[in-house]
Design a protein around this ligand. Structure first.
Ligand code: SAM
Length: 297
């Protein structure tokens, strides 16, 4: 029987890219992420997996990679990404659940996951999937929402917040939105065979009055300096980490790519409008340039 995955925070039909980023006054946070990505990502690579790619806000920043798989649970987010990024053979669009990645083991030379772990009720299960599809010695860039941030500490000390930012468990502040403790993230990365290499703290100045008073470029510049303290302490709302996949795991054989998310069989048989699993006979649609693994046809 098919195992039940944890619930998914569904962005189907959401205008997240426009309402949160383009009209939501978040130019400073976006710039801070651009700086951190430049600092942490390898300068070149073959195949990158972007988990929870959304509308592809960060995708153009992965300049050194030959091909990028944009994976998201939401088909409409991927359609928006297609519109934003235009026709480009470098991009492969995959609708799937991060708890059940539809790729063979050891396929990717790198992965990123930005503003997505905070929707994961079972984060270690997703980290295990990411490690499975990565080649040994490849890099994994993970962003997480930090419960141990200064605002949360202050609110807790002033008794305006009932959960403690100091304890290791994740906090679900809104349904399917989680903040994590940095120590817990480090523990999980280690358990899942990732060697943490560097941490950058981001968005130190995510305060409305500061954003109104100072130009975005100035705040981003200040943040770029503060980011560098990330290996010493993590007290900002967002943390970027880069880790290396360790262990003597396999590299996918030439030409292998998708595997069945239901029964893990590979290879899948490719027809013009669908992929078929010869083992369990599940069929997955290919519609308008999106491989759709959410559920079989
Ligand atoms: C907050 S958005 C971030 C999008 C993008 N990374 C960015 O920073 O602009 C989170 C994304 O994660 C996706 N997501 C949430 N749960 C998922 C899951 N279980 N599997 C795959 N994608 C998921 C959502 O559909 C959404 O597009």
């Amino acid at each position: 029987m098919k195992e039940q995955n944890p619930p998914v925070c569904d962005y189907e039909g959401s205008d997240y890219q426009t309402s949160f980023w383009e009209e939501g006054g978040r130019a400073y946070e976006d710039k801070a992420e651009e700086i951190a990505l430049k600092r942490l990502l390898p300068k070149s690579g073959k195949l990158l997996l972007e988990i929870g790619a959304g509308a592809g806000r960060n995708t153009p920043r992965y300049v050194g990679y030959e091909r990028i798989v944009l994976l998201d649970y939401s088909r409409t987010q991927l359609q928006q990404a297609q519109e934003r990024l235009g026709e480009n053979e470098r991009y492969i669009y995959v609708a799937a659940d991060a708890y059940r990645l539809p790729f063979v083991d050891g396929l990717f030379g790198g992965a990123t996951m930005i503003r997505t772990l905070h929707h994961m009720k079972d984060a270690p299960a997703v980290l295990q999937q990411v490690r499975r599809v990565l080649q040994p010695a490849s890099k994994f860039l993970l962003e997480y929402a930090n419960k141990l941030n200064l605002k949360a500490i202050l609110r807790y000390l002033l008794r305006r917040q009932d959960w403690s930012p100091f304890t290791p468990e994740q906090v679900e502040f809104v349904e399917l939105n989680f903040d994590f403790h940095p120590k817990t993230i480090r523990k999980w990365l280690k358990e899942k065979d990732f060697k943490l290499e560097r941490q950058l703290t981001l968005s130190h100045f995510r305060i409305d009055i500061l954003k109104r008073l100072f130009p975005t470029s100035f705040l981003a510049w200040l943040d770029s300096l503060a980011q560098l303290t990330g290996d010493w302490w993590q007290l900002s709302p967002s943390v970027f980490t880069i880790s290396e996949a360790i262990g003597d795991t396999e590299i996918a054989s030439e030409g292998a790519f998708f595997q069945c998310p239901q029964c893990s069989h590979a290879p899948l048989q490719e027809e013009p409008e669908m992929l078929i699993c010869p083992n369990c006979e599940a069929k997955y649609a290919i519609r308008n340039g999106i491989y759709d693994f959410r559920e079989p046809l």
